[in-house]
Write a protein that binds this ligand. Sequence first.
Ligand code: SF4
Ligand code: SF4
Length: 104
Amino acid sequence: MSVEIDKSKCVGCGGCKSICPGGLIRMDDNGKAYIKYPRDCWGCASCIKECPARAISLYLGADIGGKGSRMRAEISGDIINWIITKPGGETEEIKINRKESNKY
Ligand code: SF4
Ligand code: SF4
């Protein structure tokens, strides 16, 4: 499992590097983020939620049944909209209210 960082969208804020609990993200000489240790990423998605440029997506590999889908987040207030793009291009959206994330 790993994230992908689109350097063309990255604005170099460093937020992902700061928040990654494993210290897996670095900044390159051009001030763009990249994941240095992709195999150590456990997919917590903290960096995805932190990125103001929406430059990071989570690669959903076969190990978790994702078959190569990619997941990104759009955040508006308390609502996180997880957008999953499947290999064929179709998308699926899952909206989560952060205030209700611990409700059962
Ligand atoms: S998903 Fe979590 S562990 Fe992986 S790079 Fe992002 S913050 Fe680090
Ligand atoms: S949080 Fe997003 S914009 Fe900021 S450094 Fe990371 S990838 Fe770039």
